[in-house]
Each structure stands twice: as C-alpha cells, then as structure tokens.
Design a protein around this ligand. Structure first.
Ligand SMILES: NC(=O)c1ccc[n+]([C@@H]2O[C@H](COP(=O)([O-])OP(=O)(O)OC[C@H]3O[C@@H](n4cnc5c(N)ncnc54)[C@H](O)[C@@H]3O)[C@@H](O)[C@H]2O)c1
Length: 328
C-alpha cells in the first residue's frame, strides 16, 4: 500500500516508516520537522508540510495516489500541554480535522490514528482494556480524545475505515542501532537514564519512591517501536472502508522506574547517577495495557517483551550516536 505518515519523521512515525519499507509497502512521511528529524527517513520519502495546511495535504494525497494515512503528527509532551493548551488543541484537534477534510476531498478512506494511554482514567483497574473509562487529566490527553471523537464522527458519516491505536510508553531503537529517539527536549525515561550513563546529563531523577507499587516507584508499560510498527502494519492490512477498530498497544507488563533503571545499569555495565526526588503532580502510580484484543484480533505478539531487550536496542543507538541525528 502507498501510505502517507503524518509526523513520519518523528520517533515512532519514522520507526513505522522504516518497518513498512521492510515489509513490502510504499510509505511517505509528511512532516513539518518542528520536532522530527529529516535524517530518520530516506530523503526521497520525506515531504515537508504542515497538517494544518489542508490544500497541500489534499494535493499530496491526490497526486501521490495515497491508499491509507497513518496520523502520527501531534504535539506530545504532557507537561508542555498543561502550559500551552492552545497549541495542543490547534495541532492535535484542528490538525486532525484538517487531515480528515483533506482525506474526504481526495477520497482516501483508510486512517490509523496514534492515540494514547493518557486518554484513560488513571483510577480504572489495571491492566486497561479498550473499554476502560476515558477521563483524561491533562490537555495532551483531552486533545487526543477529542481527535478520536472527530475521527469516529467523520468515519460514521463518510464510510471511512479507521483504527485508533492507543500506545503506552514507546521505547527502544532500531535493533541495528542506526536510528532511534532524538528530541530537542527529552522527557522520556529510557533516553534520560541513558543520557545520564553517557554523561550528557549529570543524573536521572526518580520522581517518588513512596507510590503504592512493589518498590515504591511508578509502574509503566514499555513497548518497543518495532512492536508498535508491527501493530500498524497488521491494522492497516486488515482495514477496509466502513470498519472501525480500537486497540491498546502495550506489552502488558508493568515495569517500575527503578526496574527500568536497573535494566539500563545491567545493559550499560555500570551504576548510573541518580537522585530520588518528590513525586510530580499528575503522575499516575500505575499505567499498564491489556494488549489481549490486539493479540486476539490481529495476531500481534511483541518481539521485544522484556525491558532489557528494549534497553539494549536503545543503548546501541545512544552509545553509537551520542549526538543523535545532529551530525548526519
Ligand atoms: N512516544 C510515546 O511514548 C507515545 C505514546 C503514546 C502516543 N504517542 C503518539 O504517537 C505519535 C508520535 O509520537 P512520537 O513520540 O513519535 O512524537 P514525535 O514528536 O517524535 O513525532 C511527532 C512528529 O509530528 C511532527 N509534527 C508536529 N506538528 C506537525 C504539524 N503541524 N504538521 C506536520 N508534522 C507535525 C513533528 O515534527 C514530529 O516529527 C504522537 O501522535 C503521540 O501523541 C506517543
């Protein structure tokens, strides 16, 4: 299939693009490079554009004869969304509406959407199933949930086929170590720990060891970017106009922050500078997916089910490219 990946130069989008290329598809990235990296995708597969520019988007869909869209483009930082909700509503909600209008105008009927565990109520019993209550606590989550609603309304009225994939914590890098996570301002745990190991940061902060969990630190569900990409491949290949599907994409295994830190120390082979500080407001104690529906309905099985394996791929990337994509 010829697939347009909005946000396809970003961390998850570019991993999916490389995966789709290796699995017989014809992917193209559409990204304004506000956060993503041009070097993360082959130059001939990168179109520079803004999802809020509906004209260019519609022309691209038409002229490139796109069969399906995977919509990764978004603003995706929880703390920033609290300070700048207007930017999040604009990109995540208006941007999604703009994309849907462009798809209608150019008769593209298949859409995959990157949603998030942050749309769920954090008070629901874990692991979270797809029908767990959605009560987002931060603008990042409310804007992603609003985008889910727009997609479902358009799909019902116009016969689109859609899959909403709610990711848990994306982590890891290409197994060959050539591509990985690189942001202007990093907020994710695994790269922050590995930056401390490399001396790029003085230490990694652990926000609270007084949570009601097995070792007192927060529990999250880490899923490798190749396993996310596999979920996208399976979902897009099975989707037809008129179908609507929703899946969690997580490993189903909870890992505490301290366990992730120990895994990194095992992989790196030495202690990593760290400091325990107070809890951050708004963090849930535990966030774990049930991927049962994805496994049952699409036959998905994670290839990187263990945190050590995920960290090994991330370390190969960060160790081999301490400046990320900066020197490419
Ligand atoms: N990383 C995670 O753990 C995680 C978890 C749950 C959901 N998600 C979702 O997955 C998607 C990808 O996340 P990521 O971690 O790769 O983030 P990312 O920031 O690396 O990728 C987002 C990409 O979108 C692009 N973009 C932003 N605004 C744009 C615009 N107006 N027009 C065109 N392109 C634009 C950015 O340049 C970037 O390349 C996002 O939708 C995010 O909300 C990510």
């Amino acid at each position: 299939m010829r697939i347009l990946l909005t946000g396809g130069a970003g961390y998850v989008g570019s991993a999916c693009l490389r995966w789709l290329l290796r699995h017989g598809h014809d992917p193209l990235a559409y990204d304004d490079l506000s956060e993503g990296n041009a070097a993360a995708v082959p130059a001939e597969r990168l179109l520079r554009g803004d999802i809020l520019d509906g004209k260019t988007l519609a022309a691209t869909l038409r002229e490139r004869r796109i069969d399906a869209v995977m919509h990764f483009a978004a603003l995706a930082s929880v703390p920033k969304s609290i300070d700048q909700p207007e930017a999040y509503w604009r990109t995540n909600v208006l941007g999604t509406k703009c994309l849907l209008d462009a798809m209608l105008a150019s008769n593209v009927k298949i859409l995959l959407f990157s949603s998030t565990a942050a749309t769920y109520s954090f008070d629901a019993p874990m692991p979270l199933a797809e029908d767990s209550p959605q009560v987002p606590q931060v603008p990042y989550g409310t804007t992603k949930l609003a985008a889910e609603h727009i997609i479902r309304d358009y799909a019902r009225a116009h016969g689109l086929g859609y899959a909403i994939l709610r990711y848990f914590n994306a982590a890891g890098a290409d197994p060959d170590g050539g591509f990985g996570e690189h942001r202007r301002e990093e907020t994710h745990l695994v790269p922050l720990i590995l930056y401390a190991a490399l001396g790029k940061r003085r230490k990694v902060f652990i926000y609270g060891t007084d949570w009601p969990t097995r070792d007192g630190s927060c529990v999250r569900d880490y899923v490798h970017t190749d396993d996310l990409a596999l979920a996208h491949q399976l979902a897009v290949e099975g989707l037809r106009p008129g179908m609507g599907r929703i899946f969690n994409v997580g490993s189903g295994t909870g890992t505490t922050v301290l366990e992730a830190l120990r895994a990194c120390e095992r992989v790196v082979g030495r202690p990593i500078p760290q400091e325990i500080v107070a809890r951050r407001p708004g963090d849930p104690a535990v966030l774990v997916a049930s991927p049962a529906k994805l496994e049952r309905e699409l036959g998905w099985q994670p290839r990187f089910p263990r945190i050590d394996e995920i960290v090994e791929t991330a370390w190969r990337w960060h160790h081999g490219h301490p400046d990320g994509y900066a020197r490419r």
